[in-house]
Write a protein that binds this ligand. Structure first.
Ligand code: SF4
Ligand code: SF4
Length: 418
């Protein structure tokens, strides 16, 4: 089992090949969305203090990574690195973004090609669109559908942000149609003021794009807010079943439709042919009964997220208490050994359950999203017994019998990426 644990070498490898570096540009926001991770439904996040990421700290981090990249440069190989700007609302701190990009682009080449992405509420899009277009930002716009659907995305005075956001998006589409076609995407949050059907049709019919639709994050809910959360929450699969023409919507949404997802998970879990890394593939014959523990990514294999206060995390979707290091005024404090040990400590906490879990070969559960991870008696809620797995197999085979065309489309159209 020891060789399934990670070490400082894995951390170093991941930093050298870091695919994404994401800055929390500011914790300030010009909206007060009721379901925001920083609003009072959730716990475990630093309170908003209207902070802005100081450029000198970003420079310290970029220099730290640049040295590693330079030392490990492979002649002729150019790896893409996605630089993400996250908020709060990132367009409230554009000078920082401009400085970071200018600095990155002024560094001696080290076999990395940078491209940029941002998630924005589009409130200030009219002011900054020229810059975003010039730098070919991949833009993810948060829009919960039509005016009614946008009802939780309100400004400081409690007014629905729809009119301004919608006008700004139309302006971008009309002024830069090619950019809009190629680089703009939409993300919508599902809740009790909209539905999968209303979101999908509004965005498809108005902008010709298929939005990604996410349910409210259901981990880290404050104990005293559970009822409020339940009132606001809408279940994705249920929302599709309630559509006026459910089959037509399912066909349009093919890949995102829960039935497809279920089958994909089934194929993923049962094919016995899924490997996370080359090491996993090479070692797997020795560990067929248990490999690898949980579906948690190893630190920095997917991304590095740095909070406005300088905490270094492995992604933005986990509580800040899981920080692995930080940026002080003097430099980057990231002890690779300690980071590896901390990660192993959390991931192997579930070892006993994982050993007998039917998902053990291809688990997709991130331990950092298990609510009571800090408690002694912590249990993985995604644990699947052999009996449950058998029921799921029977259900999936029956579903496939009813939808043979689905299997053909999955084989033809779906690419599973690690
Ligand atoms: S949610 Fe967990 S597994 Fe997913 S990127 Fe974040 S840390 Fe990794
Ligand atoms: S679902 Fe939970 S118990 Fe099962 S393998 Fe994944 S982390 Fe372990």
């Amino acid at each position: 089992m020891e060789n399934l644990k990670i070490s400082s070498k894995d951390i170093a490898y991941n930093l050298v090949h870091l695919p994404q570096l994401v800055f929390e540009v500011t914790d300030a926001c010009n909206l007060r969305c009721k379901y925001c991770g920083y609003a009072d439904l959730y716990e475990g996040y630093d309170k908003r203090e209207n902070l802005k990421f100081p450029f000198h700290k970003a420079k310290l981090l970029i220099d730290y990574l640049h040295v590693l990249w330079q030392e490990n440069e492979c002649g002729g190989v150019v790896e893409p690195v996605s630089i993400g700007f996250y908020g709060g609302e990132p367009l409230l701190n554009v000078p920082f973004i401009e400085e970071v990009i200018a600095y990155l682009e002024g560094l001696p080449p080290v076999g990395k090609k940078f491209h940029y992405n941002m998630t924005t509420n589009a409130m200030l899009l009219d002011k900054y669109m020229d810059f975003l277009v010039e730098k070919e930002f991949r833009l993810l716009i948060s829009l919960d559908g039509d005016k009614e659907g946008q009802g939780y995305r309100v400004d400081a005075a409690g007014r629905n942000s729809f009119d301004r956001v919608f006008a700004n998006i139309c302006l971008l589409r009309d002024r830069y149609p090619e950019y809009f076609d190629k680089f703009v995407m939409f993300n919508s949050v599902l809740h009790n003021k909209n539905s999968v059907e209303s979101i999908f049709h509004f965005i498809k019919n108005t902008f010709g794009k298929e939005p990604s639709i996410s349910p409210l994050n259901n981990s880290g809910i404050r104990k005293d807010k559970v009822e409020e959360f339940q009132r606001t929450y809408r279940n994705y699969a249920q929302s599709i079943r309630e559509a006026t023409n459910c089959e037509a919507l399912k066909t349009e949404m093919f890949i995102k439709e829960p039935g497809t997802k279920l089958l994909l998970d089934y194929i993923y879990n049962e094919s016995g042919n899924v490997y996370y890394t080359f090491n996993h593939l090479l070692n797997s014959s020795k560990h067929l009964s248990y490999s690898p523990p949980t579906g948690t990514c190893t630190p920095f294999s997917k991304k590095m997220f740095v909070t406005v206060k300088g905490r270094i995390l492995q992604c933005e979707r986990i509580n800040h208490e899981f920080a692995l290091g930080y940026i002080s005024d003097k430099g980057v404090e990231l002890d690779w050994d300690k980071a590896a040990q901390q990660h192993n400590g959390y991931v192997f906490r579930y070892e006993r359950q994982c050993r007998s879990c039917a998902h053990r070969k291809a688990c997709s559960q991130c331990v950092y999203q298990i609510d009571d991870i800090q408690e002694e008696t912590t249990k993985c809620n995604s644990y699947c017994s052999d009996k449950q797995a058998e029921q799921m197999n029977t259900y999936c085979m029956a579903y496939l019998d009813r939808h043979p065309e689905l299997y053909r489309r999955i084989l033809k159209e779906v690419v599973v990426r690690g």
